[in-house]
Write a protein that binds this ligand. Structure first.
Ligand SMILES: [Ca+2]
Ligand SMILES: [Ca+2]
Length: 397
């Protein structure tokens, strides 16, 4: 086993070096949160007080930079509502107190962008009552006719959402393209440490589509041809053909559910926000490799064969892998592909059944790598089924 591990790490390193050499284009706008204390006021504005959805938190400046991260903290913390008016009909004025505090940061008036790639690396509090989000809002129009893109939402009963929102014929009337993924079914089953891990959320936005990813998993694809308001009374006809600003927030209550039994404070960690503005040109993946091409016989289903890694010329590329039919796909059914937390170009290949050397020394599978603009590369890989105890491995080309 020691030999197997050493060879695998060498193979992974060589692939990563090749991939990073092609990945140097700096973002056009970014916050790496490298400072200390309050977030950069030239980039971010704090929302204040009660804002939307009758959420429980009273927004204030509960966010700071520390160890290269932005930390947004939600607290169980009673504060007076500065806009309190006992006679008001508005929920955000007739509440005398907030029972929780948190923070919401926006780039509105300081930065917005139209088309390109945005990536955010973060670790979210995935507990009852929490509603962390990464989202964008369009510049012109009232909500939702200005367009809303929820790159990340997490809320009860334990789901990750990726949504696009446009308007209907009424003021404030919304139409949603929602993708929902159960954390337990889709994520913690594959990675038991998913909740404690950092993940990379990607929005790829061009004149044709918006695609939303977590790590290497595509969550939602929405066509611009669908993202059209019925008229221009409340916003532009095409809410995603205009600049959008960026929001990072941690709401409490509302869709997040009842926080009363949750332990506070809650922390939402953001490592970076990077935007490659206008980056819509694309090169297709050029190669797919497997870090270990040998698996021992008689192992249980779910044994890791190795990691899939792609070569692709674009910055911060995200690639999804799938086993597809066609020439070389003879043994697709014996294998499966799973995401790796925090990885956007790399996934893991596992066995789906116990393999026996006597049934054949090699197995061929056909893998399709698809990047964020939908460009694909098919690659046939062969995997050796070794008699127990003998190990050989590596990426061939
Ligand atoms: Ca950072
Ligand atoms: Ca590409």
């Amino acid at each position: 086993m020691t030999k197997y591990t050493a060879v695998s790490i060498a193979c992974i390193s060589s692939l990563l070096i090749q991939a990073s050499a092609q990945n140097k284009m700096p973002p056009t706008w970014a916050d790496e949160f490298q400072g200390k204390g309050s977030p950069d006021p030239t980039k971010w504005t704090f929302e204040q007080g009660f804002q939307r959805n009758q959420e429980l938190q009273y927004y204030q400046n509960n966010a700071w930079m520390e160890n290269g991260e932005l930390i947004i903290e939600a607290r169980r913390d009673k504060v007076k509502n500065a806009n309190y008016d006992a006679k008001s009909k508005k929920w955000n004025e007739n509440r005398q107190f907030g029972e929780y505090t948190s923070a919401s940061l926006r780039t509105v008036g300081k930065y917005d962008f139209q088309y390109g790639r945005m990536q955010v690396r973060a670790k979210i509090p995935s507990v009852m009552g929490a509603w962390p989000a990464i989202w964008t809002l369009g510049k012109q129009g009232t909500w939702p006719h200005n367009g809303e893109c929820d790159v990340l939402e997490y809320y009860k009963p334990d789901i990750i959402l990726a949504n696009l929102v446009k308007g209907n014929a009424q003021a404030y009337g919304s139409v949603w393209d929602t993708a929902k993924f159960s954390v337990n079914q889709h994520f913690t089953k594959v990675d038991p440490k998913w909740r404690e891990s950092y993940h990379v959320w990607t929005m790829q936005w061009d004149e044709e589509h918006i695609r939303l990813y977590i790590d290497s998993t595509l969550l939602n694809t929405t066509a611009q041809s669908w993202l059209v308001n019925p008229d221009t009374k409340h916003g532009p006809k095409n809410p995603f053909k205009q600049p959008h600003d960026i929001l990072l927030n941690l709401a409490i209550g509302g869709a997040g559910g009842d926080p009363s039994k949750t332990t506070f404070p809650l922390r939402y960690h953001v490592d970076y926000v990077r935007v490659w503005e206008g980056y819509t040109k694309n090169g297709a993946p050029t190669n797919v490799g497997l870090t270990a091409k040998t698996v021992s016989e008689n192992q249980p289903a779910g044994t890791i064969v190795g990691n899939l890694a792609v070569l692709d010329p674009d910055p911060a590329e995200v690639v999804s892998y799938a086993l597809v039919g066609g020439e070389g796909s003879t043994h697709n059914g014996a294998f499966s592909i799973s995401f790796l937390s925090g990885e956007t170009r790399t996934s893991v290949l596992k066995t789906k059944q116990t393999l026996h050397h006597k049934d054949g020394a090699t197995r061929s599978i056909r893998i399709r790598a698809t990047d964020v603009e939908g460009a694909t590369l098919d690659k046939v890989l062969t995997i050796d089924v070794k008699k127990a105890g003998s190990w050989e491995t590596c990426f061939d080309d």
